[in-house]
Design a protein around this ligand. Structure first.
Ligand SMILES: [Zn+2]
Length: 148
């Protein structure tokens, strides 16, 4: 899975290692079969860093009207959460999100940005989240399906 699309994994053995998207395939070229998992994980992590940054930047700008801004946005593997927001305003995103559609990634980022204003899930929080993303429930449901 990559950005909500399913690809077939193609494995090639060669000294020159690489991971590439080619049509309906993710082509992993590894020097040995045992390297495939690590190469693929590195590829996901690299793409998570750049894509999350691209997706988060305009959303962070949007929230400047509320006079809030995250102190930083970092990636961290979390077994049971897609994102979190520390009391100091650091937003943490699960790199596994790169497997989900863009709308799901936007939903998690918007959810955490709303926590910069309301640190709980009260009605005020929910109203703000709906104001910033009308169809958030749809993306939340898609994320839950990914976990199932
Ligand atoms: Zn929350």
């Amino acid at each position: 899975m990559y950005l909500g699309r399913q690809y077939r994994l193609q494995i090639l053995i060669d000294k020159e290692e690489s991971v590439k998207l080619k049509g309906k395939f993710i082509v992993v070229t590894a020097s040995d079969k045992s390297r495939v998992k690590e190469l693929l994980n590195d590829w996901y992590l690299k793409h998570a860093r750049t894509k999350f940054h691209t997706i988060a930047t305009p959303l962070i700008d949007k929230f400047k009207k509320y006079k809030v801004e995250p102190t930083s946005v970092v990636l961290r593997e979390m077994p049971t959460r897609w994102g979190s927001c520390t009391p100091k305003g650091k937003i943490i995103l699960n790199p596994e999100l790169i497997k989900a559609p863009k709308g799901c990634i936007e939903y998690v980022i918007i959810h955490e940005l709303c926590h910069l204003i309301h640190h709980d899930h009260t009605q005020k929080f929910m109203d703000l989240q709906t104001k910033e993303m009308k169809d958030w429930e749809k993306w939340k449901m898609k994320l839950e399906k990914l976990l199932a």
